[in-house]
Design a protein around this ligand. Structure first.
Ligand code: NAD
Ligand code: UDP
Ligand code: UDP
Length: 442
């Protein structure tokens, strides 16, 4: 039996059990001396502070990052802006992605992001940005053209994981976002040289097709299973040798379907088709970037692309090899601008495709002049026959990216090139041979 207690009340004598007494007493205590008011004010301040932190997670000052692995002269890549991100919140079971305001009391959880091809040129810069933002990053790479050196500086970070894997094979992971970059990007890797590389070429040829088609299919299948957002890095090559100039996203292109470049061009076009079909048919959240020629530190030294060729040649005091008459044009984008665009695209609400490129247009002869001005005014030029199906001109129309992503390139060629040159100078003249697979130019 519960004991009953008699207490003296101001108003009356009452018989009350101890529990009732304590609640009533507490209420009275609470209403005395404006304690309730203080409590409410405290809760309001706590709510305000936690909402500001949650809703604006990346209002940190602009970051700079530098190359920590090749010793000596580090290079400043660029001023980084803060791309706000979707935040995952941990609930009692599992987690959800959401872009809306979050109820108080849920614990913010960093995003888990998969970057396929993350040890390559663009991928490694993207990984740097994601890591700097506080995400957990998984890199999947088969090191076909990528280098471990590019991501070595993250290996000890518990938020970073590296998996050697070929994306043409199925992959089981749990992530929130997938940046799908895995694909050899240099034309050298998908062009035919009958004398030197017929056997290798066959390997590259099928690798390109498989990577673009089967690899993209696998990553879309993964995105479907785990409900992740998927971003495809497509290419300006989908426009082929364009008959419209500059190229707008609505242009369908002029691609030779049976030419030497078509394994890449058509492979990426199929990758875009698959991406849109998974989006339309299966409701997968997708994003498509059409990347124009990009340059910067960590490019393969001898991958045959024009900027890396000219810079390496000028540094080695070899003549710069201009193909054809050198009047064909390209638009060169610095890598930090591209990474900014990719992240804005991923975090934004628009599928695309979006052109991501720098509209500044240069002939190859003009590019050679900029390299001369930057490295060696006496650097020589040597003309070589042009390659088959080489697009005559290329320049992005970036109106859509400007309007919908609030993005435009910030680094002009004359500012970006010196940052790449100092990286190349260091790597070319260092005593250590560079690791990773570089495929000799045809
Ligand atoms: P890159 O060759 O430096 O990087 C590609 C990475 O993918 C490498 O690390 C490579 O090892 C990896 N890879 C290739 N095949 C793979 C496979 N089957 N499985 C797993 N990993 C694989 O090229 P990049 O310049 O960094 O290009 C990145 C992406 O951007 C590519 O998809 C490319 O098509 C696209 N892109 C680049 C440019 C550019 O100018 N750099 C232009 C247009 C499009
Ligand atoms: N896939 C994968 N990881 C996953 C889920 C799927 O690599 O977590 C691969 C799978 O092996 C398949 C491809 O993605 O080859 C497409 O998968 P999807 O489920 O869309 O198609 P299905 O397997 O039903 O043909
Ligand atoms: N190019 C050149 N010299 C080189 C390598 C390339 O003149 O040593 C030209 C090539 O013919 C093309 C342009 O530079 O017109 C860009 O070539 P790259 O391979 O960099 O990229 P693409 O835009 O063709 O994919």
């Amino acid at each position: 039996m519960r004991p009953e207690t008699t207490i003296q009340n101001d108003d009356a004598h009452v018989m009350i059990n101890p529990k009732r007494f304590s609640i009533r007493d507490s209420m009275r205590y609470m209403f005395q001396e404006q304690r309730l008011l203080f409590l409410l004010v405290g809760i309001a301040i706590a709510a305000l502070v936690s909402n500001v932190v949650v809703v604006f997670p990346s209002r940190s000052p602009p970051l700079q990052y530098s190359e920590p692995i090749t010793g000596g002269g580090s290079f400043h890549v660029a001023e980084l802006t803060s791309v706000p991100r979707r935040i995952a919140y941990e609930l009692h079971s599992g987690h959800v992605n959401t872009g809306v305001r979050i109820p108080l009391g849920l614990k913010p959880k960093s995003l888990r992001v998969l970057v396929t091809g993350g040890s390559g040129f663009v991928g490694s810069h993207l990984v740097d940005r994601l890591m700097a933002r506080g995400d957990s990053v998984i890199v999947v790479d088969n090191f076909f053209t990528g280098r471990k050196e590019n991501i070595l500086h993250h290996l000890r970070n518990p938020r970073f994981e590296l998996i050697r894997h070929d994306v043409v094979e199925p992959l089981l992971l749990e992530v929130d976002q997938i940046y799908h970059l895995a694909c050899p990007a240099s034309p050298v890797h998908y062009k035919y040289n009958p004398v030197k590389t017929i056997i290798s070429f066959k390997a590259f040829f099928f690798t390109d097709h498989k990577t673009n088609v089967v690899g993209t299919l696998n990553m879309l299948g993964l995105a479907k299973r785990i409900n992740a957002r998927f971003l495809l890095t497509s290419t300006s090559e989908v426009y082929g040798d364009p008959l419209e100039h500059p190229q707008v996203e609505t242009y369908w292109g002029n691609v030779n379907p049976i030419g030497v470049r078509s394994c890449y061009d058509e492979g990426k076009r199929v990758a875009e088709t698959l991406t849109m079909d998974y989006h339309r048919g299966l409701n997968i959240e997708v994003r498509i970037a059409r990347i124009f020629n990009t340059y910067g530190p960590r490019m393969c030294l001898d991958d045959g692309r024009v900027v890396s060729n000219f810079v390496a040649q000028a540094l080695r005091k070899e003549p710069m090899t201009v193909y054809g008459d050198g009047k064909q044009t390209r638009s060169f984008q610095y890598v930090s601008d591209l990474v900014e665009g990719l992240m804005r695209l991923m975090e934004g609400e628009h599928v695309g495709p979006f052109n991501l490129g720098n509209p500044g247009e240069f002939t190859m002869l003009e590019l050679a002049k900029v390299v001369q001005d930057t490295i060696d005014p006496n650097a020589k030029i040597e003309f070589r026959p042009n390659t088959e199906d080489d697009p005559h001109k290329r320049k992005p129309d970036i109106t859509r990216a400007k309007e919908l992503l609030g993005w435009q390139p910030m680094v002009p060629l004359h500012e970006g090139l010196p940052m790449m040159v100092s990286d190349f100078r260091q790597r070319i003249f260092s005593h250590h041979r560079e690791g990773g697979n570089t495929i000799s130019s045809v």
